[in-house]
Write a protein that binds this ligand. Structure first.
Ligand code: SF4
Length: 326
């Protein structure tokens, strides 16, 4: 079983690892292609190319963000679970809007996953997800990572009960990998509770806090809370600590590292130390591989600080603008 020791080097490339560490991010399955996200925040290793772009070892899956009725996977705004108005600031949706190729890959992934499910049920969907995890784990091992990590749907959500069951199967089949995910759908997240190498965090904000507190009372899961630092947010964080019985820590990538003048807050030195990240760095590790607070099923609740206040546009406007350009 993977190690979950915050601050240890198990999820980071070995000193002197072979660079470049980049690899193909797409795996061909029986049901179509499945492309992983090169997320600089979650990756164990990333490097800057000649054009100044950070290119990460891919270690996250992605599906389209937004309302299901618009081709996304996040549910509908007026449903109990899934989207809330706070999703107007969705980082993944903004990336999809900025990069049409990313949006197209997420849509292709959804087609592959649903094709697999139609053809071969949960097993088929699990085959697709497992193929992506294994592609990523192989790249991480080649970079000298002792204990690979993998984030599910860094873009998008758990689509349905069969998708949750397929993620469960994929985690069970790859027990050497530490998996984690966030979800706004407790009725589906509950199908993923109790897997030793899969951390599940319920994703909350001011709009859905009552639902998530009720769910965590029952499921015992930590909460990842999106805060605008309002008095209401502060009160909600106190309630989360009370109900979950876990500490609530501020994500360093949205907190302390945003203001330390060492460059992008989601990348740290390849040593795993933020202090080793400098403006001239050309290699690094993702914040999550160094921090690992979300990666452990026994970890704390997390507060994501959203600086600059709530988004000016409504969630509906954001997703119409994203999907209308597809
Ligand atoms: S708290 Fe740590 S593991 Fe969680 S999102 Fe932030 S950097 Fe990543």
């Amino acid at each position: 079983m993977p190690k979950h020791v915050p601050g240890c080097r198990a999820h980071l490339p070995a000193p002197g690892a072979r660079w470049p560490i980049t690899t193909n991010a797409t795996v061909q399955t029986l049901y179509g292609s499945w492309t992983l996200l090169r997320d600089n925040k979650t990756t164990p290793g990333t490097r800057m190319d000649a054009q100044g772009r950070w290119t990460a070892i891919p270690n996250a899956s992605m599906l389209p963000a937004g309302p299901t009725s618009m081709g996304g996977t996040c549910g509908e705004l007026d449903e109990d679970e899934g989207l809330t108005e706070h999703c107007a600031g969705c980082y993944a949706a903004n990336l999809e809007r900025a990069y049409p190729s990313l949006s197209a890959a997420a849509a292709r992934n959804l087609r592959t996953l649903t094709t697999a499910h139609l053809a071969a049920g949960v097993d088929g969907a699990a085959d697709v997800i497992t193929a992506g995890v294994e592609l990523s784990a192989g790249a991480q091992y080649r970079a000298g990572v002792a204990s690979p990590i993998f984030r599910h749907h860094a873009d998008g959500e758990i689509l349905a009960d069969w998708h949750a069951d397929a993620i469960r199967m994929a985690a069970e089949r790859t027990s050497d990998v530490s998996h984690w995910l966030y979800s706004r759908k407790p009725s589906l997240a509950r199908r993923l509770v109790g897997i030793p190498n899969l951390a599940v965090l319920l994703s909350a904000d001011r709009a859905n806090i009552e639902l998530m507190l009720g769910a965590t009372r029952e499921l015992g899961l930590p909460i990842a809370y999106l805060s605008d630092a309002t008095p209401e947010d502060d009160a909600n964080i106190e309630r989360i600590v009370d109900v979950t019985g876990r500490r609530a820590i501020s994500c360093p990538a949205t907190g302390a590292w945003k203001h330390d003048g060492r460059g992008p807050a989601h990348v740290v030195g390849v040593t795993g130390r933020r202090a080793d990240m400098g403006p001239d760095a050309r290699v690094g590790a993702g914040a999550c591989a160094a921090c690992t607070k979300c990666v452990s099923p026994a970890g704390p609740s997390i507060v994501f600080d959203r600086h600059g206040g709530a988004p000016k546009r409504t969630a509906h406007e954001v997703f119409v603008s994203l999907r209308s350009r597809a």
